[in-house]
Ligand binder design. Structure first.
Ligand code: SF4
Length: 348
């Protein structure tokens, strides 16, 4: 059910059969060009394919322009309140603008922004979040419908003026509401959907809430671009988004399967699994690696993985593509397993 329509943001395509795009947002002062550019580069190196930057007033425009000229990923201008800022951000080189027509004000102002976006060939992201439901829908229940109607109304404003280069988003702090509102949206529009749980909290809470809430959407094939919201350093958001997409099978990368350990455990599963994660962190192909503590469930799991190890009384049995290739002592276990993993990924 991923969107049918594709939009282009700089050199990145969102929607259709394209891979789900990871986004993040800077939290440096936009006026501070050096710090903001450094953060954009860090986010890009971590795996962000698009970065959003707040453009608060016209004062931010010169710095934003320089950022667009120097950034290695497309930048989205995040605009609130002043339509003139949106227009200037487009002219300064934004690859997309995110506006909230509700707080841009009169419809003619939204039209002006859309006119310039069309001229420059860039998409607009509109939508709603749980803190910005339109007044007329405030009493609509259930609340997910109010969110969906708010977002759809913004889409209609743009469609009415012939603008359809749209990315739409609905975000709620409530994962269930977020799920239902986005599901409703996906049934009604063909535009790419940007998903996220808004204001998800500090690291641990944000990771759990976003994984559950966005995981449910992704497993229903809803969501063409994703941002994990975490209070603090945005680089963490990118790592979590990458991990979530990889573990759900939407992004190529290593998956380390490890048993929870029990009284039968013959090897230090956690320590070895952590090392395997470190050895494989830069691999960008699909590879399943199993680290299992014993021969009860170990061989079964290890056999289904591309490569696996199951602890034994004397060390471990190494499996490659379902076949035992070697039995090793405790002393040789780590280096031998590492060698087999490297052999499976010769490029690294
Ligand atoms: S694989 Fe073996 S050690 Fe690990 S949890 Fe299962 S029974 Fe216990």
């Amino acid at each position: 059910m991923f969107s049918k329509k594709v939009v282009t943001v700089g050199n990145v395509k969102i929607g259709g059969d394209n891979p789900i795009v990871i986004q993040s947002m800077t939290n440096t002062d936009t006026l501070d060009f050096e710090s903001t550019l450094r953060q954009i580069i860090r986010l890009s190196n971590a795996g962000a394919e698009i970065v959003r930057v707040s453009v608060r007033t016209l004062d931010d425009i010169p710095s934003f322009k320089k950022l667009c000229e120097n950034s290695n990923v497309p930048l989205v201008a995040d605009i609130h309140f002043d339509y003139k800022v949106a227009i200037e951000a487009i002219k300064a080189g934004a690859s997309k603008v995110r506006i909230n027509p509700g707080n841009i004000g009169a419809e003619w102002k939204v039209k002006e922004v859309a006119k310039v976006a069309k001229e420059y060939g860039i998409p607009i992201r509109v939508g709603a979040n749980s803190g910005s439901i339109k007044k007329k829908y405030e009493n609509l229940v259930p609340r997910y419908r109010a969110l969906a109607e708010s977002a759809l109304e913004e889409v209609r404003i743009l469609e009415k003026i012939g603008f359809d280069d749209i990315v739409i988003s609905i975000k709620s702090t409530d994962a269930k509401e977020n799920f239902l509102a986005n599901k409703c949206l996906a049934e009604k529009v063909q535009y790419p959907i940007h998903i996220g749980i808004t204001e998800a909290g500090i690291y641990e809470d944000a990771v759990i809430l976003s994984s559950a809430g966005l995981g449910a959407l992704l497993l229903n094939y809803i969501g063409d671009t994703i941002r994990i919201s975490i209070a603090g350093d945005p680089e963490k958001e990118v790592g979590v988004a990458r991990k979530l997409l990889t573990l759900l099978g939407f992004k190529k990368g290593p998956r380390v399967i490890a048993c929870p350990t029990c009284a039968r455990t013959e090897i230090n599963v956690e320590e070895l699994a952590l090392k395997v994660k470190e050895w494989t962190k830069d691999i960008d192909k699909e590879i399943n690696i199993a680290v299992m503590g014993c021969v009860v469930n170990g061989p079964g799991e290890a056999k289904h993985a591309d490569i696996g190890i199951a602890g034994t009384k004397t060390g471990g049995a190494i499996f490659v593509n379902g076949e035992i290739v070697e039995s090793v002592s405790h002393e040789k276990l780590e280096e031998t397993f590492k060698r087999y993993i490297e052999k499976m990924n010769p490029a690294n």
